[in-house]
Design a protein around this ligand. Structure first.
Ligand SMILES: C[S@@+](CC[C@H](N)C(=O)[O-])C[C@H]1O[C@@H](n2cnc3c(N)ncnc32)[C@H](O)[C@@H]1O
Length: 229
């Protein structure tokens, strides 16, 4: 998607009301038959990022990891299964955060996730409340986004620069930012996140298949990791 398209393209997926309805439905489904809902862009994409974090970067298990727009929290629950235990997820949709807390209680009780896993799920609009994370600014050594940057861009009225500012307020020195998008190519992501200020450098790109999102078919799913010096 070009910057011009993103300035005009409007989709229900860019509204909080849409996500509230999605996660309320996912709560109902989970309580009815244990379905965890949609893992955006598929489990394989998620697994590749987790493998890169755990095996290639050897990120220690006690590292604070923050998932922006965590949705059903599937990324954080998968990290917990790997032994990561300082896990933070925010979303501007209250039903999303409720859903994560409900799953956490269930998974802890049935021992799907280790007892040591510590989750902090909180309601927050990333573009407005970034500094209000539970531990103050620049705390997270790994920050992850899958589909949230995309969803944010489906509201043409939002000031897109706020995302970059919020990210800068959250990422710890030496930290890693991993983003998966289906609306932006790897080059477009790099053009947005790697700037003259030298804050982020490209670390690696992870290749994926194609996907449909926001009414557009056949988009490539791009995953890029960046490092803060
Ligand atoms: C495509 S879903 C992806 C959910 C999750 N990251 C995943 O991979 O399953 C987009 C998510 O971004 C959240 N979101 C959109 N705009 C947001 C904002 N400004 N602040 C926080 N969360 C936001 C939505 O509520 C939704 O959970």
């Amino acid at each position: 998607m070009s910057e011009e398209d993103s300035d005009t393209f409007r989709s229900p997926l860019g509204t909080k009301q849409h996500w509230d309805e999605v996660y309320q439905l996912e709560i109902n489904n989970f309580e009815d038959h244990g379905d965890i809902g949609e893992v955006w862009f598929g489990e394989q994409v998620q697994r590749k990022v987790i493998r890169y974090i755990s095996e290639t970067l050897n990120v220690p298990l006690n590292t604070p990891i923050f998932d922006i727009g965590t949705g059903n929290g599937a990324f954080l629950f998968a990290l917990a299964e790997e032994g990561y235990h300082e896990l933070f997820g925010s979303d501007y949709s209250e039903p999303s955060v409720n859903f994560c807390r409900i799953q956490q209680a269930t998974f802890t009780e049935d021992k799907t996730i280790p007892e040591t896993a510590h989750f902090t799920f909180f309601v927050s609009n990333f573009l407005e409340d970034d500094a209000k994370t539970p531990n103050g600014g620049n705390f997270y050594s790994v920050i992850h986004d899958k589909g949230t940057y995309d969803a944010i861009h489906l509201d043409p009225d939002i000031d897109k620069e706020k995302y970059y500012t919020a990210l800068k307020n959250c990422l710890a020195p030496g930290g890693v930012f991993a983003i998966t998008s289906c609306n932006w190519t790897e080059d477009e992501l790099i053009a947005y996140f790697v700037r003259q200020d030298g804050y982020l450098k490209e670390l690696t790109r992870i290749s994926n298949k194609t996907f449909s999102f926001g009414g557009k078919e056949g988009n490539t799913v791009s995953t890029v990791l960046f490092k803060r010096e």
